[in-house]
Design a protein around this ligand. Structure first.
Ligand code: ZN
Ligand code: ZN
Length: 336
């Protein structure tokens, strides 16, 4: 399977947790958390369409200004998602600057802020350059099961964790990955071509198996046309494999309800990025600071049955032994 998402941590393990997810076939990217973005070049930031903010502690939100500065003066929209209170915090960030000249810019940069309240509703507000970034409240959107964003090929879900304050964890899921069996195509005497993209789109949409699909093509023998049923093509030409899944979990205290939500969200993920702030010997310290230990993170990854674990968000108190947290998380993940 060729992965369509390319996730990459922006900072090293002791730096702010920021996950940049590039798309294979599009000039587009998603960002999970908005802390220090210094290592991220401007051209990558300008590829972002959606930014998901777990919570607004500074190490997760201080990169807001860099994004705003780069996007200002461009004709584009950017969607932001965050936990309860988020729209007000975006509003306050914007209110810290003077905007007396921007209403005359030839371009209108638009920020769309989404606030996750209880998993069934998303509050929404818009901030536009041409309106001097004054808050404009939009209708609430009803959502189910924490579904923040749904597009043709993927979805992003959130669950709310307890970090003394609400903190969101996210899962990015490709809907399904459709590969073409080239040899079966040849056996059926069918050509490759754009019709296969259209077929994939219709299968993803769940169109009925008895829908006719007409295929037209030209070759040296002339023009051809053939009509086959969607179900026939789906079973004979396409190989359906589960889509890629990436989970991102930061800043949460270890207790049964958080553990249940993390395991639910991350279940069977290809890669789980998860905070591993303290060593097991400092479990009490982790609890009073509402963070996970590396061992807890590894145990959760194991319970969720993920394929790959990436521990991160290490406390600087262990900077003299950078491998210790990694090793502890991996050991718990392996069950040793
Ligand atoms: Zn925090
Ligand atoms: Zn943090």
């Amino acid at each position: 399977m060729t992965p369509i998402f390319h996730p990459q941590l922006v900072n090293e393990s002791f730096g702010d947790p920021v996950l940049f997810v590039d798309f294979l076939f599009e000039r587009r990217a998603l960002l999970f958390d908005l802390g220090d973005l210094a290592p991220l070049p401007a051209r990558k930031i300008l590829r972002l369409s959606h930014i998901f903010v777990s919570h607004t502690h500074m190490d997760h939100f201080s990169g807001f200004d860099r994004v705003l500065r780069l996007c200002l003066g461009r004709e584009r929209a950017l969607s932001l998602y965050g936990p309860r209170g988020f729209i007000g915090q975006v509003e306050h960030k914007l209110a810290a600057y003077s905007w007396n000249l921007v209403q005359n810019y030839p371009t209108d940069f638009r920020l769309l802020a989404h606030e996750f309240t209880d998993g069934t509703r998303l509050q929404r507000a818009q901030f536009r350059c041409h309106s001097r970034f004054a808050r404009e409240d939009l209708d609430e959107a009803a959502i189910t099961a924490g579904l923040l964003l749904e597009e043709e090929g993927f979805r992003v879900r959130a669950t709310q964790l307890d970090h003394d304050i609400p903190c969101l964890a996210f899962a990015l899921e490709e809907k399904m990955h459709l590969n073409v069996w080239k040899n079966r195509l040849q056996e059926l005497g069918l050509p490759t071509g754009p019709w296969l993209q259209e077929l994939k789109r219709r299968v993803r949409h769940g169109e009925a198996d008895d829908t006719p699909v007409s295929i037209r093509w030209h070759d040296h023998a002339g023009a051809h046309e053939q009509s086959l049923l969607l179900g026939t093509l789906r079973t004979q030409v396409l190989k359906i494999v589960p889509g890629q899944k990436i989970a991102y979990v930061v800043d949460a205290v270890y207790h049964p309800e958080n553990a249940r939500r993390i395991v639910d969200l991350a279940r069977a993920a290809d890669t789980l990025f998860i905070e591993s702030v303290f060593l097991d010997g400092d479990t009490q310290r982790a609890a009073t600071r509402f963070h996970l230990t590396a061992r807890q993170a590894g145990t959760l990854a194991r319970a969720a049955g993920v394929t790959r674990l990436v521990p991160m968000h290490f406390s600087p108190r262990y900077s003299d032994r950078p491998d210790a947290l990694q090793r502890e998380a991996e050991a718990a993940f392996r069950g040793s």
